[in-house]
Design a protein around this ligand. Structure first.
Ligand SMILES: C[S@@+](CC[C@H](N)C(=O)[O-])C[C@H]1O[C@@H](n2cnc3c(N)ncnc32)[C@H](O)[C@@H]1O
Length: 288
């Protein structure tokens, strides 16, 4: 998880979340915070930047002049560069930190060098985690600016010499090509959006395309599969649905254990803000 001085959800309610990323406090919309009241009204005036929605898919940040163009926070020993993006994001989804910790445990559980495929990899939180723990990582995202952002995170984290292959490509297309090339992986992590695009306009729709992608990932890991992690923020998807999809893809005799549930961020006063779901599969080691 993030150390408190790096990241904290200070409060949420009335459709918004108030978060501190390092020394900067941001106030932004959150669907999950609708229908519940704010608990710490006095804190909200301390925000350095506020994201105001204009229409369904647009908005803008209103910031104080103290706000830099970019700044950094750390997760474990890795740097994450943050910026206020046009979509109200900042370059990190804090709810993923528990998944990165889980990944760390998988990688630490063996002396072998594991090969990990990170799909829809965004700014590289999972890539950094893998690289920092000795994995060979293939980082795939369709957005060139996200790949460059992840590379900056890697350099700034002192992981320039780590084994990372950077791919700007449609996830499904890349997985298909890897299979044809005969490349193999021990683990796959993915955080697919509900809807997205490959760099050549390839359409990704989680509802219609996830099964095929999972099938490709099963084939890529068939020789010696150790772990699979799928997270998503798609409205209407329940942990049980995602687990069922993974169970179907794995088939019987998969020899592993599942953990599935909601992702959430705990606020300073102990409440939970739901932030998507995750399913984790781990190969069962004899005696565990
Ligand atoms: C929800 S974000 C991933 C968040 C990230 N895993 C994290 O936790 O920090 C989804 C990412 O998928 C990428 N993406 C969207 N469609 C894609 C596609 N067809 N192939 C590859 N990447 C895609 C986007 O550029 C974006 O970076």
């Amino acid at each position: 998880m993030f150390a408190k001085e790096q990241y904290q959800l200070l409060d949420f309610g009335d459709g918004r979340r108030l978060e501190r990323f390092g020394e900067f406090i941001l106030d932004r919309p959150s669907v999950a915070a609708e229908g519940v009241p704010k608990q710490q009204a006095e804190l909200w005036s301390s925000a350095h930047a506020i994201y105001v929605r204009r229409g369904a898919n647009e908005g803008a940040w209103q910031s104080t002049n103290q706000m830099p163009l970019s700044w950094k926070i750390q997760h474990e020993n890795c740097d994450l560069e943050l910026k206020l993006t046009d979509f109200g994001h900042v370059g990190v989804f804090p709810e993923q930190s528990g998944n990165w910790d889980w990944m760390t445990r998988q990688l630490k559980s063996t002396d072998e060098t594991l090969k990990v495929l990170n799909l829809f990899a965004y700014t590289g939180g999972a890539t950094l985690t893998g690289a920092a723990h000795g994995a060979e990582v293939v980082h795939v995202d369709s957005a060139q600016n996200s790949v460059l952002w992840a590379r900056r995170n890697t350099e700034s984290s002192g992981l320039t010499d780590a084994s990372i292959r950077w791919i700007t490509e449609d996830s499904r297309k890349f997985a298909t090509r890897e299979l044809k090339r005969g490349n193999k992986y021990h683990g796959v992590v993915m955080d697919p959006p509900s809807y997205g695009h490959g760099p050549k306009g390839e359409v990704w729709k989680i509802q219609q395309d996830l099964d095929e992608l999972l099938d490709l990932c099963m084939q890529l890991t068939a020789h010696d599969r150790r772990f699979i992690l799928i997270s998503c923020h798609t409205t209407g998807y329940l942990p049980h649905d995602l687990e069922q999809k993974l169970r179907m893809a794995l088939g019987s005799g998969h020899g592993g254990t599942f953990e599935s549930g909601g992702l959430a961020i705990r606020s300073a006063d102990g409440r939970q803000l739901p932030c998507g779901i995750a399913v984790r599969w781990t190969k069962k080691i004899d005696g565990t």
